[in-house]
Design a protein around this ligand. Structure first.
Ligand code: ADP
Length: 352
């Protein structure tokens, strides 16, 4: 089932900035779409509007071609997973999962059958008779998913579902969610502020900033063709170099970045450079390149992250493969030449 939001505006107060303004996107059927943005950008509000937990001031929500804007939440056929587990600690895991069925008067035998299926689906067979507080955080959130799926929703809405878990468990659950989604194929809309989570999990990303949708696209479109400096900066750690165009390039210190044709001289532009787009060579400065000094070097698995101080005194983050860094024998204090051929350049608020 496709979810479409059309020109949604939502205000919590009569005056002041709306929490969501004129937001539109479509979440394709059977895919995972994430609402990604910093805290306060309106993600949760938009998710709750889709759920029917918040009314709208303007705009429409459609499930396929059906307008559900005025339909109460319980009639929308959705499953909702919250950041806080929101489980009943005094009820067994099984009863938590089947609670919505119990409320609807589903027979005990049918509830048992369905909760057994769900326990297997979320890989918690054998835990049904335990209680939430006997489970780990990751297991509790899997109970949250099973509960959301109990009444066979057509749409799954996830509000920072891994937000309260520590890094290792988050990573495991990401993998787990991918598998769960491959089994259920439910249209899923997920809120996250974690760009890595969004890039890894979703087929489509809706980037939000200040209540507005600023870009909708596949992870590679968002990462490789960001529409605004904000998107480039927020998704994938962009180093921002600011400068004035002169002769189709900007110069930052002794560093030159080519600007695509059509940008007039004198324009103030921002060049966004991904950490892995820096090409480094040890020693010697060739024309059009620049010398930077390594001030910090940290190994992270197969990659090495380093801080490079440019002549302009600006520090940038650079990422290299461990093999590259080792073959150059890079160390703190080394001076290196920098090639920025792959830098992406933006003018004001539009990309060129
Ligand atoms: P996000 O999920 O991106 O952090 P939210 O949708 O929670 O953003 O919030 C967007 C804006 O709306 C914020 O400025 C927030 O303070 C405000 N807001 C959220 N919920 C309420 C509420 N119930 N009442 C008033 N303001 C709210």
């Amino acid at each position: 089932m496709m979810i479409s939001a059309r020109n949604i505006t939502k205000r919590y107060t009569l005056k002041g900035t709306p929490a969501v303004f004129d937001a539109s996107f479509a979440a394709p059927p059977e895919g995972i779409t994430t609402l990604l943005g910093p805290s306060g950008s309106g993600k949760t509000t938009l998710l709750r509007v889709v759920a029917g937990l918040e009314s709208v001031d303007q705009g429409q929500v459609l499930f396929d071609h059906r307008d559900v804007t005025r339909l109460p939440a319980r009639q929308r056929g959705i499953g909702f997973v919250f950041q806080s587990f929101a489980l009943f600690n005094h009820m067994s895991v099984r009863r938590n999962i089947g609670y919505s069925l119990e409320v609807r008067g589903v027979s005990k035998a049918d509830r048992r059958r369905r909760t057994d299926e769900l326990l297997a689906l979320v890989q918690l067979e054998g835990y049904g008779d335990g209680y939430p507080l006997q489970l780990s955080g990751g297991q509790r959130q899997r109970v949250g998913f099973a509960r959301a799926l109990a009444s066979k929703p057509e749409i799954l809405l996830l509000d920072e579902p891994f937000g309260s878990l520590d890094t290792q468990v988050r990573l495991e659950l990401r993998e787990w969610l991918t598998q769960l989604h491959q089994t259920t194929r439910l249209t899923t809309l997920m809120v996250t502020h974690d760009q890595e989570e969004a890039l890894e999990l979703s087929q489509q990303i809706v980037v939000m900033d200040g209540g507005r949708v600023v870009q909708v696209g596949t992870p590679s479109q968002i990462y490789d063709q960001p529409k605004t400096p904000f998107v480039a900066w927020f998704v994938g750690t962009g180093n921002v170099l600011r400068g004035t165009v002169e002769g189709a390039k900007i110069t930052v210190g002794s560093l030159s970045v080519a600007v695509p044709s059509g940008v007039p001289d004198g324009s103030e532009v921002q060049a966004i450079v991904r950490p892995h787009h820096f090409r480094l060579e040890k020693n010697g400065a060739a024309p059009g390149r620049s010398v930077g000094t390594i001030t910090r070097l940290v190994g992270l698995g197969g990659n090495v992250k380093l801080q490079l101080k440019l002549p302009s005194n600006q520090s940038v983050t650079v990422q290299l493969s461990r093999r590259e860094a080792e073959s150059m024998r890079l160390e703190v204090g080394d001076s290196v030449t920098v090639d920025l051929a792959e830098a992406k350049v933006f003018v004001a608020n539009y990309s060129i």
